[in-house]
Design a protein around this ligand. Structure first.
Ligand SMILES: *[C@@H]1O[C@H](CO)[C@@H](O)[C@H](O)[C@H]1NC(C)=O
Ligand SMILES: *[C@@H]1O[C@H](CO)[C@@H](O)[C@H](O)[C@H]1NC(C)=O
Ligand SMILES: *[C@@H]1O[C@H](CO)[C@@H](O)[C@H](O)[C@H]1NC(C)=O
Ligand SMILES: *[C@@H]1O[C@H](CO)[C@@H](O)[C@H](O)[C@H]1NC(C)=O
Ligand SMILES: *[C@@H]1O[C@H](CO)[C@@H](O)[C@H](O)[C@H]1NC(C)=O
Ligand SMILES: *[C@@H]1O[C@H](CO)[C@@H](O)[C@H](O)[C@H]1NC(C)=O
Ligand SMILES: *[C@@H]1O[C@H](CO)[C@@H](O)[C@H](O)[C@H]1NC(C)=O
Ligand SMILES: *[C@@H]1O[C@H](CO)[C@@H](O)[C@H](O)[C@H]1NC(C)=O
Ligand SMILES: *[C@@H]1O[C@H](CO)[C@@H](O)[C@H](O)[C@H]1NC(C)=O
Ligand SMILES: *[C@@H]1O[C@H](CO)[C@@H](O)[C@H](O)[C@H]1NC(C)=O
Ligand SMILES: *[C@@H]1O[C@H](CO)[C@@H](O)[C@H](O)[C@H]1NC(C)=O
Ligand SMILES: *[C@@H]1O[C@H](CO)[C@@H](O)[C@H](O)[C@H]1NC(C)=O
Length: 760
């Protein structure tokens, strides 16, 4: 094992990579870790000693952990953790609480306070090293699909989750607009011109990417910009004290249209159209980086940012062509763009490193030929001056096609989830063995491993294992991983083997996806606008193809989870167990819906059908939606109300602002755009959304089928699509009733049992 690690290290040296991470303020101060212990394990607040020091022979993050003193019945056990970086100490702490304490922190909440009162002994000291210098987290769009309406409490939980898993390079987009607006004002743009450019609270990521401009349903309020800036002033110091180097925004070149009139000689071009949006909302104006104004605005932006947050990072996120077409495919032009962009960063911060998402190289592979990518990356001098996120490495890695990004530093990333969709999917082998293969491949310039999910909705195990793999020089064994993961996820003394067996089935099937036509979370067709065709078996970017057999996967896994619930009553008090029970039942119903839909379509198409047979075939389908809504309303993690109330909570009691926020929240998960431009892309299975929205679409669809059969009219797809859009627009315009749906209804354990019996 050590020998293998040594060979990994020499792979780094061979590639000539600097493994040293630039951290700044507080880099020798472990007080953030003591604060974390106090926050999450108050009754053990004195139990850990952290010591930042050099550990002989370690050129990557390393910790050494041992017992400092045992519990002699006085509650005075202490654990000593020595480390080369704060992040390594955090990983040491995580290793202790998970492997010795048996507890963990989850997206659903922290269970670290259940660490045993009498701390378990380590005995043999433990030394471990990361296999990569960087552990990265976030996709630019996670800031909308998941954290758009996060409070600092939500951030605090997520950042502790990241810190303990030793993420040391998180993206930090919150509050971007505050500084951007100041820069825009400085060049003479009016507030109205700026407001016409910025996008709504639930859509800022795509404005930051230069995909969209403007906000439908009202301008972005100053209040929002100010509140997000205040939030970022809490987030950044927290990231730093937890040993992370925030990846900060920079000036990208996307500007309000009016800049063109203000600076008629500036080199400003219209960008391309994005996802069918009308040009008022897209074709963002782009100030070309070789125009001197670009460098001025960059300098101003970065100066202001340093003034706001301090000198906390030299790493900047900057994407210009994420789903945007460059103005020209000319090699010299592309090289010019990057060389000028990078020069602007270095002029503002002499140590600047440019980080970019590499999604474009996959999504627009036809344009981004090896020759163009070579020129584009080649515009940036040196190999250490850039970090490219190989964004979708688990399914569509680009590092091989692009010769390890021609020597530039890059990070192996798991994308996995489109739009915060909720279907089960994962590939254990691809997120364990594959990053090792990339790291050890000849001439590899890979420097990190990370997660770039569009949204975070379930499938947590497949994210955990990747970050654990970043500390394991050999590929993690699925069987043993699943078993220890389940034990700490459920953390009861009488854990029945049936609970582990349930997860072993899921691990071997839905989390061992080998189907190359379905490589991300599977969207359920019930979330799509109903239609006669085109819903089932979609592959690619919006997959609905169910790549496994429900009867031999979800069904037995659910049976075993239910059995576990009967065998251990304490399990039913475990938040994560209840979550998983509902989640697996949700997947069962979502998959059964497909069969009911196909039956309905076949019935409609059959010559012997009548409006009565169609109505009869639709009954079980509509009933399933009612059942699913009931299930989801029984668990407070699956409520539409969470999303909406989180949005409204930023309103400062102003009713029209609350309504604006709510429209943003509703629009993102449904129409996604003023008139359904990327309809249902970010769909969810949430209680209240099924019953209140998907249900009315399916009812309307069924009524239409029954009606056309009765009056002999043929099926008209345009009519159906129009009716669906109307329902969407009505639903978007609603505001939440004051009485229903804020709280859970019913008892999820009994609902799960009833629905399992009915649908298994
Ligand atoms: C921290 O580690 C250094 C080097 O190993 C050692 O000299 C020092 O005493 C340690 N400090 C504490 C508080 O244990
Ligand atoms: C733009 O360029 C023209 C021609 O070179 C020049 O006459 C004009 O003064 C410039 N305008 C500005 C605002 O710089
Ligand atoms: C850019 O878009 C604006 C607004 O749609 C339009 O008026 C202008 O002609 C466009 N410019 C170019 C060069 O296409
Ligand atoms: C928007 O971009 C598309 C190409 O993606 C182009 O055809 C169209 O002319 C652009 N519109 C404007 C107003 O620039
Ligand atoms: C490259 O940038 C320079 C300014 O730095 C500009 O004058 C020139 O036209 C650009 N060349 C191309 C091919 O875009
Ligand atoms: C796993 O990774 C391999 C190699 O990159 C790729 O060919 C395969 O399609 C991936 N499998 C899935 C299910 O994404
Ligand atoms: C960057 O990496 C490539 C590929 O390993 C190598 O050919 C090149 O010399 C490196 N450039 C520098 C400046 O080190
Ligand atoms: C994982 O561990 C199990 C049980 O120890 C073993 O049977 C299996 O062969 C291992 N799998 C791999 C891929 O090494
Ligand atoms: C979808 O795929 C499944 C499995 O390959 C197949 O049985 C079913 O007929 C397909 N349905 C449609 C509508 O293509
Ligand atoms: C799965 O089970 C259901 C319900 O028992 C049954 O109707 C269906 O035929 C089964 N499907 C397959 C592919 O075995
Ligand atoms: C249904 O009727 C149409 C037109 O009368 C005919 O072409 C078709 O073959 C029939 N289909 C079946 C399945 O009987
Ligand atoms: C379908 O309905 C639309 C109006 O919704 C109408 O314009 C179109 O002509 C209809 N198509 C057919 C084939 O009847």
């Amino acid at each position: 094992m050590m020998k293998f690690l040594a060979s990994l290290k020499s792979a780094f040296l061979f590639a000539g990579i600097t493994c040293v991470i630039s951290t700044f303020a507080n880099s020798d101060d472990v007080s953030g870790l003591y604060a974390l212990v106090k926050r999450r394990m108050p009754s053990h607040s004195d139990a850990f000693i952290f010591n930042l020091s050099t550990i002989a022979g370690s050129d990557v993050d390393t910790f050494k952990m041992r017992d400092a003193s045992h519990d002699e019945g006085d509650g005075n056990a202490k654990i000593y953790i020595e480390c080369t970086t704060i992040s390594a100490c955090a990983r040491g702490l995580y290793t202790y609480v998970t492997e010795f304490g048996g507890v963990d922190i989850w997206w659903t909440g922290s269970r670290l306070d259940q660490l045993p009162h009498k701390l378990p002994i380590i005995n043999e000291p433990i030394t471990r090293s990361a296999i990569v210098p960087y552990r990265y987290f976030f996709n630019t769009v996670t800031f909308d699909y998941t954290t758009a309406f996060y409070t600092f409490d939500d951030w605090s939980l997520l950042l502790d989750w990241l810190a303990l898993r030793s993420v040391n390079l998180p993206l930090a987009w919150v509050g971007y607009e505050h500084i951007l607006v100041e820069v825009f004002r400085e060049v003479g743009l009016t507030d109205a011109e700026i407001a016409g450019f910025l996008s709504g609270p639930a859509f800022q990521a795509w404005n930051r990417f230069g995909n969209i401009q403007g906000s439908w349903g009202g301008d972005l309020p100053t209040q929002w910009i100010d509140d997000q800036f205040a939030l970022q002033k809490q987030i950044i110091p927290r990231m730093v004290e937890l040993g992370m180097t925030p990846v900060l925004p920079s000036f990208t070149g996307f500007v309000p249209r009016a800049l063109h009139n203000l600076c008629p000689n500036a080199s400003i071009i219209n960008g391309s159209q994005w996802s069918g949006f009308p040009s008022t909302y897209t074709n963002d104006s782009f100030l070309e980086p070789f125009d001197p104004l670009f460098a001025n605005m960059q300098k101003s932006f970065i100066d202001k940012q340093i003034a706001a947050y301090g000198r906390v990072s030299h790493i900047y996120t900057l994407d210009q062509y994420n789903e945007n077409d460059p103005y020209s495919g000319d090699i010299a032009y592309l090289q010019n763009v990057t060389s000028a962009t990078f020069a602007s960063l270095r002029a503002a911060d002499p140590q600047a490193i440019w980080l970019m998402q590499g999604w474009l190289f996959f999504s627009d592979e036809t344009f981004w030929t090896t020759e163009r990518v070579h020129a584009y990356l080649g515009g940036v001098p040196g190999n250490d001056s850039m970090i490219i996120l190989d964004l979708y490495s688990e399914a569509q890695p680009q590092w091989e096609r692009l010769s390890s990004y021609y020597g530039k530093q890059w990070i192996w990333c798991e994308l996995h989830d489109y739009g915060g969709n909720m279907g089960f999917e994962g590939n254990f082998v691809n997120v364990t063995a594959e990053p090792l293969r990339a790291l050890t491949s000849p001439g590899s310039s890979m420097v990190g491993m990370g997660l770039t999910p569009e949204g975070m909705e379930g499938n947590e195990i497949i994210y955990d294992v990747l970050l654990d793999q970043a500390w394991s020089p050999t590929a993690i064994n699925r069987t043993s991983y699943v078993s220890s993961w389940v034990s700490r996820r459920y953390y009861v003394s009488d854990l029945p083997s049936s609970a582990v067996n349930a997860w072993e089935i899921l691990g071997a099937t839905v989390y061992s996806n080998r189907d190359p036509s379905s490589q991300a979370t599977v969207k359920s067709i019930l979330e799509l606008a109903p239609a006669l065709s085109g819903l089932v078996n979609r592959t690619g970017h919006h997959p609905t193809l169910v790549f496994y057999d429900t009867n031999t996967t979800i069904v037995p896994a659910l049976q075993m989870l239910i059995q576990a619930g009967f065998e251990s009553k304490s399990l039913l008090n475990i938040r994560e167990f209840k979550y998983d029970l509902v989640d697996v039942t949700r997947q069962l119903l979502a998959n059964r819906f497909i069969t009911l839909y196909e039956t309905l379509i076949i019935t409609y198409a059959s010559n012997s059908s009548s409006s009565a047979t169609i109505a009869a075939a639709s009954q079980p389908l509509l009933q399933l939606l009612r059942d699913l809504d009931e299930l989801l309303l029984a668990d407070d993690y699956f409520l539409l109300a969470n999303w909406i109330s989180a949005a409204r909570s930023f309103s400062h009691g102003n009713a029209s602002y609350a309504a604006f926020l709510e429209r943003n929240a509703r629009n993102q998960i449904t129409l996604w755009g003023p008139t359904g431009e990327i309809n249902d892309y970010a769909s969810k299975q949430w209680g209240g959304l099924i019953g209140g929205y998907y249900m009315s679409r399916w009812e309307t669809f069924v009524d239409y089928l029954v009606g056309t059969k009765a009056n002999g009219a043929g099926y008209n797809a345009t009519t159906v699509a129009k009716a669906m859009l109307e329902i969407g627009e009505q639903w978007n315009a609603q505001t939440w009733g004051l009485t229903v749906g804020w709280e859970t209804v019913g008892d999820s354990w009994s609902v799960v049992q009833a629905l399992a019996t009915k649908y298994m």
